[in-house]
Design a protein around this ligand. Structure first.
Ligand code: GLC
Length: 420
């Protein structure tokens, strides 16, 4: 095993608590995060399948009665974090946040099962996991697409996982900041503030969050009245892929899929309507303000991960992707470098994120082997040089944000060891 693979493994194990893993071992994120856990589980699956299943099981323990899986689970209540469990004030058995994150856990579970020998006792556990994941995806359809149109909304930028991306600038600009807001950010004490979201963004995150809480996280009501309601391409691509992978898992575990099949077909058609013919890119849509969001973000290329059955469209998107960071030493910038909102250091407004590269790579590998290998090798090179950080400058590869970052380590393990 190479030296860096050993370090990657150690990074995960050091961040591991009782049956779940922190995103990093510093003070920035002292809890379990939804999509982090999915990537982390994939990393574990290459050397300890039990740890992988434990990670997923622990996340599912936090599932709400209605089916939602929160974006944060606060297993340890004594840590300092804003917004902590008292601020959210919700959760069923486990204190949690009141919003979710991209449901990539479904496709990652399928990937883990495709690549590993599973024992009979584990199969039993997995059947239960699959049932819970079905409930999770049905929650999205029921509450985030109440008219069953085929695309789901997010009600807070944090639900996307790319918190302060400039995709949200327009919808966030319409959110009036609550008067007399009182809160204290913890993040800028741990990480250089120039690499974190601005206060004016935080004020709006907190305003939206307070509004969700004031409405008791009622999903029916909030779809209509939330201060933020966006159909995001990246999120919907992950969701559609999750639905498709879930259908395969349901078949395998003999669970009735009929209530989902029609929706998947609809979703496949509807998502292509987010395609902009002139710009050759998929764009998100602000449902609340009825405006198209024309920000060139790498997350728009997650559409490849949805595996839509349209060769011509996929080809066009791949060509666009080839121009996105053409000739650059380090890829992919989270926001296209020539866009006015691009910022080299500020979190999701420019830096390279390993999970984005990984998702794009996964979406591309069955469509353009050469290009997908190029992405994979560039990503591995960056990690070889800089180690496992939260994000990296696309100009010079400089490591930023948290160090010992779990998903960078986990996805390195997968990129290096996965032979499929
Ligand atoms: C930040 C990221 C989010 C991630 C979390 C924990 O909030 O924006 O995507 O899940 O940190 O790593």
């Amino acid at each position: 095993m190479s030296k860096l693979l050993k370090i990657a493994k150690k990074t995960l194990l050091k961040n591991r608590r009782s049956n779940y893993t922190l995103p990093t071992n510093n003070k920035l994120y002292p809890a379990q995060w939804n999509w982090d856990s999915a990537f982390i589980a994939l990393g574990y699956s290459h050397f300890n399948i039990n740890f992988a299943l434990d990670e997923i099981n622990t996340l599912l323990k936090g599932q709400w009665k209605d089916g939602m899986i929160p974006h944060i689970l606060f297993h340890n209540k004594s840590t300092k974090y804003f917004p902590n469990h008292t601020v959210w004030n919700c959760g069923n058995k486990i204190a949690s946040s009141g919003i979710t994150q991209p449901p990539i856990i479904v496709s990652i579970l399928k990937q883990i099962l495709d690549n590993n020998q599973i024992s009979i006792s584990q199969e039993k556990k997995i059947r239960t996991i699959v049932k819970k994941l079905k409930k999770y995806l049905k929650w999205f359809i029921k509450f985030r697409d109440p008219k069953k149109k085929g695309l789901v909304s997010i009600l807070h930028p944090w639900e996307s996982g790319y918190d302060n991306s400039s995709i949200w600038d327009k919808p966030m600009g319409k959110v009036k900041i609550e008067k007399n807001l009182k809160y204290k950010r913890g993040d800028i004490k741990v990480v250089n503030p120039e690499q974190r979201p601005l206060d004016k963004d935080y004020d709006r995150y907190v305003t939206i969050k307070n509004h969700l809480k004031a409405n008791k996280y009622n999903p029916i009501k909030l779809y209509k009245i939330s201060k933020f309601n966006v159909i995001d391409v990246g999120f919907n691509a992950i969701f559609l892929r999750a639905l498709k992978d879930l259908l395969i898992l349901l078949k395998k575990y003999n669970i009735n899929p009929s209530d989902l099949m029609k929706y998947v077909k609809k979703s496949e058609i509807q998502i292509t309507k987010l395609y902009d013919n002139k710009k050759n890119i998929f764009y998100s849509y602000d449902v609340k303000n009825k405006i198209k969001i024309t920000v060139p973000s790498i997350t728009n290329f997650f559409i490849l991960y949805a595996d839509i059955n349209n060769r011509l469209l996929n080809k066009k998107i791949i060509n666009s992707l080839k121009n996105y960071n053409k000739g650059k030493k380090f890829i992919f910038s989270s926001i296209k470098e020539d866009h006015k909102s691009f910022e080299e250091k500020r979190y999701w407004r420019g830096p390279i994120w390993i999970n984005c590269n990984w998702i794009v790579y996964q979406g591309l590998k069955n469509k353009d082997k050469l290009f997908s290998n190029y992405i994979k090798n560039k990503t591995i090179d960056l990690l070889n040089k800089k180690g496992f950080h939260e994000y990296y400058s696309c100009k010079n590869g400089k490591a930023m944000g948290a160090n010992n970052f779990s998903w960078s380590a986990a996805l390195y393990i997968d990129l290096v060891l996965n032979k499929n």
